[in-house]
Design a protein around this ligand. Structure first.
Ligand code: HAM
Length: 420
């Protein structure tokens, strides 16, 4: 027997129904905010992903050579592909350009619940504006999407990498030292951050102050530290404005400043944000994004960019934890021919009903009346059409209500009107 590859999953019809339902909700919210859907290929040239992150990222990729010896990779995310597409074909479009996508991504991660090697992202890129209103709308969109799919328990965190850089500068932490600190900050291992800082020769007092700033949710504490840095001060003002818009316009109550957001990808700069579903445990991050820079690196004309991606699989997991009530997918009718001679007439009726926009299935196994009825009660169908010889003479069929067991005789020509 063949095994499914590690970190991949099959989806049952029931799971697919849930996934498509949620996908449609997400799609319609993107559209409500003026975003347009695009699609890019599942694999790209390897260089697209190493250009910003360097060769080290190859360890996390599904990278391979094709038969022509070209270096390719399955996409680990869609921001770099979308920006490649933009620089190649969409630069002349009027701004701001609002693009969204659904796509499977591949990462050579260590699989666990909520972390897979093939997973799905729903994301977007906003090209051509970085006003506080633009960024607030972007973050508001991410939050609105997760709310609109039905999630109740969400937490939004906002940080800013330029401000974090300024804080690093204040404490005289070099670029090399930052590289060592960043993974610890990313994992919220703040005690290890303090130990690391002390190793760098920073005093206990300063190390503790640095830790306090990383954990501060009060803008004032951060403002005190960055007062002398003009750029950081401007970023702080912008952050404050975004924060207020999110509270007042988007009515997001669970929004916090978090300077320790560093994001895993190398292209971010400025505002960054994450949305968690606390109920999910270790892999609780549902969405991540922020402002970033890739266009100049890809040879395009500089313009501000920001975006986010929602982990679609984790969204479904979070809905399951919250015991979300999905609407059930129902067949309108199940058609049963009483014997073999009735099969072609049954198929004709089935097909006519489908032409009228109803979802209808019929017995194709010639399994006889009682087995067919048993089957019908095992699927989600309210009404059954029984096609019998006697009734057909009179151009009629029997309709049975599966809930009550009541039966009535209906003329075939009246069928469509009556059934609607
Ligand atoms: P990311 O944070 O790497 O950002 O991924 C976004 C989301 O994808 C995560 O928050 C998580 O929910 C989900 N995700 C990531 N890895 C896995 C995995 N192995 N299994 C299941 N879900 C996973 C990006 O990818 C950026 N491109 C987002 C962005 C768009 N930034 C700007 N524009």
């Amino acid at each position: 027997m063949f095994q499914i590859p590690r970190g991949t999953r099959d989806f049952t019809p029931e799971e697919m129904q849930k996934r498509r339902y949620v996908e449609e909700k997400i799609r319609s919210t993107f559209q409500q905010f003026g975003y347009k859907e695009i699609q890019t290929p599942t694999f790209e040239t390897l260089e697209l992903f190493t250009a910003k992150s360097g060769e080290a990222i190859i360890d996390e990729l599904y990278a391979f050579k094709d038969k022509g010896g070209r270096d390719l990779a399955l996409r680990p995310e869609l921001t770099a592909p979308v920006i490649r597409f933009y620089v190649d074909k969409l630069q002349m479009e009027s701004k701001p350009l609002k693009l969204f996508y659904f796509g499977n991504c591949f990462r050579y991660d260590r699989p666990q619940k909520g972390r897979y090697r093939e997973f799905m992202q729903a994301g977007c890129e906003l090209i051509g504006t970085d006003t506080p209103e633009g960024i607030a709308e972007l973050i508001g969109l991410a939050y609105t999407i997760l709310k609109s799919v039905g999630l109740k328990d969400l937490k939004l965190f906002i940080g800013n990498l330029n401000i974090l850089s300024s804080i690093f500068k204040t404490f005289n932490i070099s670029k090399e030292q930052q590289k060592k600190l960043t993974p610890l900050i990313d994992k919220s291992m703040f005690n290890d951050v303090v130990l690391c800082l002390k190793d760098f020769g920073i005093s206990e007092k300063d190390a503790q102050k640095f830790k306090e700033v990383l954990q501060a949710s009060d803008l004032k504490i951060i403002l005190e530290l960055t007062e002398k840095d003009e750029q950081a001060k401007n970023e702080m003002m912008k952050l404050k404005q975004i924060f207020e818009l999110l509270k007042n316009v988007f009515e997001i109550k669970t929004c916090e400043i978090k300077m320790s957001i560093v994001r895993g990808l190398d292209y971010y700069k400025g505002v960054v944000f994450e949305i968690d579903a606390p109920t999910l445990g270790a892999e609780k991050q549902l969405c991540g994004g922020g402002a970033y820079e890739l266009i100049p690196l890809f040879g395009g004309r500089e313009t501000p960019t920001s975006g986010f991606a929602i982990g679609f699989d984790r969204t479904i997991l979070a809905l399951d934890v919250e015991e979300y009530n999905y609407p059930s997918l129902k067949l309108d009718f199940y058609v049963i021919p009483v014997n073999e001679e009735m099969i072609s007439k049954s198929l004709e009726i089935t097909q006519n009903l489908r032409k009228n926009g109803l979802s209808v299935d019929m017995d194709l196994l010639k399994r006889g009346m009682s087995k067919s009825l048993k089957y019908a009660s095992s699927i989600n169908v309210d009404k059954i059409i029984i096609v019998g010889q006697k009734e057909l003479v009179d151009e009629s069929v029997t309709i049975r209500d599966m809930k009550t067991g009541a039966q009535e005789l209906v003329k075939i020509k009246d069928l469509y009107q009556n059934l609607r």
